[in-house]
Design a protein around this ligand. Structure first.
Ligand SMILES: [Zn+2]
Ligand SMILES: [Zn+2]
Length: 125
């Protein structure tokens, strides 16, 4: 009797712990998925209680890396549950901001630049 072979094409490694598993809907194993969900719930609760906390505070309290917190911000997951007030850095000048990817100054600068471009080359109707 031949031994049943599993289809190796369906095997992937978990993106967190690297364990080899059969491909399901996610690229993460059930164990890591559960850990991630628990971490997300922890971060969510911490931020609800401490609006405006910094990433390092969140990481310290939730016992995770700052990268993990960043990943939740970048993926928009925290924003989707209504959490926008988390201290992180403006992508242009590194000022601490609480929402979006840019600080108000950089936003204004960009706006002014656009305005300037328009005044150099006014649109005629
Ligand atoms: Zn895993
Ligand atoms: Zn800025």
């Amino acid at each position: 009797m031949a031994e049943q072979q599993s289809d190796t094409n369906n095997l992937i490694s978990c993106r967190v712990c690297g364990v080899i598993m059969v491909k399901i809907a996610k690229d993460i194993c059930p164990k890591c998925f559960k850990a991630e969900e628990e971490l997300f719930a922890k971060i969510k609760n911490f931020l609800r209680a401490n609006p405006g906390a910094s990433i390092s505070q969140v990481a310290e309290y939730c016992d995770c890396t700052e990268d993990a917190v960043h990943a939740f911000i970048k993926s928009g997951r925290l924003e989707r549950v209504g959490l926008r007030r988390i201290a992180h850095q403006c992508e242009l000048c590194n000022t601490t901001i609480y929402e979006g990817v840019m600080c108000a100054d950089c936003k204004k600068k960009l706006k002014d630049q656009v305005k300037q471009l328009r005044s150099i080359n006014p649109q005629q109707n």
